[in-house]
Write a protein that binds this ligand. Structure first.
Ligand SMILES: [Zn+2]
Length: 279
């Protein structure tokens, strides 16, 4: 895997590269916008140019953006639906402008049940992809979730069903978060457990669809269905189970970013720990 981290874009998106190099990341995830606002400032042409030239100079990548947490493509609420679709269209355009390979989003939640939620997410992804057009080069990745409340994505089968119901599966993939999978009840803490979890994953979505990872430990125990990231080696998962993912040759070359609580203050130490696990 290509090991990296979620990097701050304070001061402008192009500033992320220096921070990424500082913590020895090989790739990065960023927010291209303020996460708490529905209508963010457009990216300035100058910033786009600076980002693209820093990208070329550094060779970091593949890189991804994480969509706003406000987005909920499964919602029954018409206003939230419109805001969510518009925000995702905007995110795809930003990712294309910056040359980001992937955007990652969570499938969302609904009180109306999994089947209804899956169908809604698929239909809305169709609209987003149609609106952003054939020229778009970014791939939209569905992230598995811890399954808090009525959240879709705690079972790999939810991700499979959304991709199967979408009209443009070639524009979609998945991003696996190790904390969320553990919190959702996937026990990959033993070699046998890991083999079973990955078999289930690859039966649900094929290997070529598993395009990126988030590597995090978990503050909460197995099957807690609570989404609380913890620093590498400091939570209920521990180092050895993460090593199973990192050393799985099927996932070689996939970008894998940290999203751990201490962020830039501890990323370098955490990346050293993960690299120490590589065989
Ligand atoms: Zn994540």
């Amino acid at each position: 895997m290509r090991l990296g981290a979620h990097i701050s874009t304070a001061g402008g998106v192009s500033k992320a590269f220096a921070r990424a190099l500082e913590v020895t990341a090989d790739c990065m995830q960023i927010f291209t916008r303020n996460q708490r606002q529905w209508v963010p400032k457009p990216l300035a042409e100058e910033e786009i140019g600076a980002f693209r030239s820093r990208h070329q100079e550094t060779g970091l990548g593949p890189n991804m953006s994480h969509c706003s947490y406000l987005v909920n493509l499964a919602t029954p609420d018409a206003e939230l639906e419109k805001k969510s679709v518009d925000a995702m269209v905007d995110e795809v355009r930003r990712a294309d402008a910056l040359g980001l390979e992937y955007i990652v989003f969570r499938p969302g939640s609904t009180p109306d049940g999994v089947a209804v939620g899956v169908a809604r997410v698929a239909r809305r992804l169709d609209r987003i992809i149609e609106e952003t057009g054939d020229g778009s080069t970014t791939t939209i990745l569905l992230e598995n979730t811890a399954g808090q409340g009525n959240t879709l994505g705690l079972h790999f089968a939810h991700l499979r069903d959304i991709i199967a119901a979408a009209h443009y599966p070639q524009r979609l993939g998945v991003c696996i978060d190790t904390c969320h999978a553990f919190a959702a009840g996937y026990d990959y803490t033993s070699p046998e457990g890991y083999d079973g979890v990955v078999s289930e994953l690859l039966e649900a979505v094929t290997l070529d669809k598993v395009m990126a990872f988030h590597i995090n430990d978990s503050k909460k125990e197995l099957a807690s269905r609570r989404d609380r990231h913890e620093g590498i080696g400091q939570g209920h998962i521990g180092l050895e189970p993460l090593a199973f993912w990192l050393n799985d040759e099927r996932f070689a070359d996939r970008p894998a970013t940290l999203e751990t609580p201490e962020a830039e203050a501890r990323y370098k130490e955490e990346l050293d720990l993960l690299r120490g696990l590589l065989k």
